[in-house]
Write a protein that binds this ligand. Structure first.
Ligand code: CAA
Length: 259
């Protein structure tokens, strides 16, 4: 499959690396790029040899957000009727296999929102996160006002969305938006190491963990705990649970089959 704005590499060890590649506009998320991203994610979901994906951009920009040129003249009825930034974008949050966002440079507006749709964000020291929509006469539209406060709390989410300022990788890590900061030069290597670790485990177990953590954001604690308990019980139906625990007891490395 070849794409105009996306590069895809299937790394060894069950990892797919998706690179946004529209450098002339800092990987602005136009309709075609989003369409291609959805196609690549669908292919990864359907490929049993891929267990985990990495989403990255360039050194200068993960992505500078939705394509302002495409949006500028759009009128309300068009945005409403096409349900603008819904269908394609939600392919990221709907993905059932884990996605690691590896961010260097700008992750602004829709770029910060796409990163937050992924399952974890690791960042190079150059990363800058922000929701600058207020500076161009609009507001975050792909989850910024909803996912950001869940990550960083109300005060910092208000600060970022109302002032449009950027925060650097250190601040983003302190605030809980990202899980790790690493030197830019090793960002891809670190992301690959994390992805390969995840991919070495039982795929159904990994997918159950993802689903269960995401459920925490959708339900009261009592329901979330019940959901987790049911999946925990369900894991006892897997050969991988028998193998994983037997391997521990026999002091050897488990051989997971994804069953
Ligand atoms: N959409 C379209 N084009 C963009 C873009 C975007 N989001 N961001 C940058 N570009 C283009 C610029 O227009 C410029 O193109 P030309 O060379 O043709 O002029 C090119 O990319 C390089 O950008 P700059 O010259 O501006 O680069 P810089 O280094 O001086 O500044 C920046 C970098 C601070 C990221 C600046 O480009 C910027 O502020 N970009 C816009 C960020 C933004 O507002 N994002 C939110 C978009 S709205 C949104 O995302 C809504 C949502 O919730 C989904």
């Amino acid at each position: 499959m070849s794409h105009k704005f996306i590069r895809f590499e299937k790394e060894d060890k069950k990892v797919g690396v998706i690179t946004l590649n529209r450098p002339e506009v800092l990987n602005a998320l136009g309709g075609q790029l989003i369409e291609e991203l959805g196609q690549v994610l669908k292919a990864c979901e359907e490929d049993p040899k891929i267990h985990c994906m990495i989403l990255m951009g360039s050194e200068k920009a993960f992505t500078a957000g939705a394509d302002i040129k495409e949006m500028q003249a759009k009128i309300y009825s068009e945005a409403f009727l096409e349900d603008f930034i819904t269908k394609g974008w939600e392919k990221v949050s709907a993905c059932r296999k884990p996605i690691i966002a590896a961010v260097s440079g700008y992750a602004l507006g829709g770029g910060c929102e796409i990163a937050m749709m992924c399952d974890m964000i690791i960042a190079g020291e150059s990363a800058k996160f922000g929701q600058p929509e207020v500076t161009i006469g609009t507001l975050p539209g792909a989850g910024g006002t909803q996912r950001l406060p869940r990550s960083v709390g109300k005060s910092k989410a208000m600060d970022l969305c109302l002032t449009g300022r950027m925060m650097d990788a250190q601040e983003a890590e302190r605030a809980g938006l990202i899980s790790r900061v690493v030197p830019d030069a090793v960002l891809k290597k670190e992301a690959l190491a994390i992805a390969q670790t995840i991919a070495s485990y039982s795929l159904p177990v990994v997918m159950m963990i993802k689903e269960s953590i995401n459920r925490a954001f959708e339900t009261p604690l009592s329901e979330g705990l019940k959901f987790e308990r049911r999946l925990f019980h369900a894991s006892f139906s897997l050969e991988d649970q028998k193998e994983g625990m037997a391997a521990f007891l026999e002091k050897r490395t488990p051989k997971f089959k994804g069953k």
